[in-house]
Design a protein around this ligand. Structure first.
Ligand SMILES: NC(=O)c1ccc[n+]([C@@H]2O[C@H](COP(=O)([O-])OP(=O)(O)OC[C@H]3O[C@@H](n4cnc5c(N)ncnc54)[C@H](OP(=O)(O)O)[C@@H]3O)[C@@H](O)[C@H]2O)c1
Length: 345
């Protein structure tokens, strides 16, 4: 580590533990949760690597996390940011094989140091060496959403002939729509903006419904009757979701994987769970990674990189911020539709 600087710029979390609230991923001012600081460059421990950041992506999970409402507690004064792309510049014992590699990585868990910094520290097992034909920006959003898309469309494909996808303008929604199309799985996409209908149809969605339309439930019931979707992959999980689930056929599975709005749905048709074999469940990539055999994960990772390398998938970028612009500029950057905010050193 002798040629590395002693300190680095990092975006630190100012909160600790859980907030005990659930307000959803929106923020009005990042300074409520983050501050910029100069801190020591971390030293990788056993099985860990130090990564010089090229680019980090901002996901809703990062925002839930800094607000204290994600599936793991915040640690005050540690760098934020779960996902990025960079070069391995130092390794701890057992991780030497990654030295010099450009990798996609996930960081920010206990014992690691987050991606929104000049350098991130994480376990070697949280890194994926990148093909040279995958760009840094695609590399910075190569794990969380693409692996989730592959895993959930696999579930939907095994469950039936069609799938319902909410918040379909999200990066993950778009990845899933094109993947479903490639697999011959029909899709009903739900969006909240009418101007998103045609772009999503161009990506391969069979039906695109606008959730603000007064008769959206009737429109959905007709589409559901025609296409008979079984899996409902839902990142909104509100009362409308419940109404749509009720309109789905026997054996429908409402798979909640995100909570973009704070509203909690009320269940109105418990009998459907009993008599129609319907199910309500959750999906979390972290659990998928803990329970899916390594060789199966490797095959999925290979397919993900191939899809980005040949252009079947891409990361839409709405805004770019340097580290020193994050605290003042993140809230406004997140207001831009149709793409990720990318952070660079
Ligand atoms: N469980 C897991 O393992 C897992 C893994 C990855 C991602 N996720 C979840 O997947 C979701 C999407 O993530 P992402 O990174 O793809 O998001 P993203 O690209 O950052 O975009 C967020 C999207 O959410 C849409 N949105 C927000 N509130 C909405 C609402 N009430 N109705 C409809 N759309 C709404 C926005 O639509 P507009 O374009 O209209 O503004 C925007 O397109 C998030 O909830 C995230 O937490 C979960």
């Amino acid at each position: 580590m002798s040629d590395l600087p002693e300190t680095m710029t990092a975006i630190l979390q100012t909160g600790d533990g859980y907030s005990g609230r659930f307000d959803g991923p929106e923020i009005t001012d990042a300074a409520d949760y983050l501050k910029t600081a100069e801190i020591p460059v971390p030293t990788p421990g056993k099985g860990q690597v130090l990564i010089r950041l090229r680019a980090a992506s901002v996901n809703p999970s990062d925002l839930h996390f800094i607000k204290g409402e994600y599936g793991q507690p915040r640690i005050k004064d540690t760098p934020a940011g779960f996902e990025g792309c960079g070069d391995v510049v130092a390794t701890g014992p057992g991780a030497e094989w990654l030295q010099g590699n450009r990798v996609s990585f996930v960081a920010g868990g206990v014992g690691s140091s987050g991606a929104w910094a000049d350098y991130a520290q994480t376990d070697a097992s949280m890194c994926i060496p990148l093909r040279p034909d995958v760009s840094d920006e695609d590399g910075s959003a190569q794990i969380v959403n693409p692996l989730t898309a592959m895993a959930m469309i696999d579930i939907a494909d095994k469950a039936g002939e069609a799938v319902v996808i909410s918040a379909a303008t999200s990066q993950l929604g778009k990845l899933m729509i094109s993947l479903a199309h490639d697999k011959g799985l029909k899709s009903i996409a739900l969006v909240r903006r009418a101007d998103a209908v045609e772009p999503l149809k161009a990506l391969g969605a069979d039906e695109v419904l606008v959730t603000t339309d007064d008769d959206v439930v009737a429109q959905f019931a007709a589409a559901s009757k025609a296409l008979k979707p079984i899996a409902f992959l839902d990142a909104v999980s509100d009362q409308l979701s419940e109404q749509l689930f009720v309109a789905m056929p026997n054996r429908a599975r409402w798979i909640s994987y995100g909570k973009l709005v704070p509203e909690l749905p009320k269940l109105t048709q418990m009998g459907q769970l009993i008599f129609m074999g319907k199910q309500i469940e959750g999906f979390w990539l972290t659990r998928w990674m803990m329970t899916t055999p390594r060789e199966d994960q490797a095959a999925v990772i290979g397919e993900v990189q191939a899809r980005f390398a040949d252009g079947r998938w891409k990361t839409d970028v709405a805004a770019r911020l340097t580290l020193d612009q994050v605290v003042s500029g993140l809230a406004d950057a997140l207001k831009k539709p149709d793409g990720k905010v990318i952070i660079t050193p």
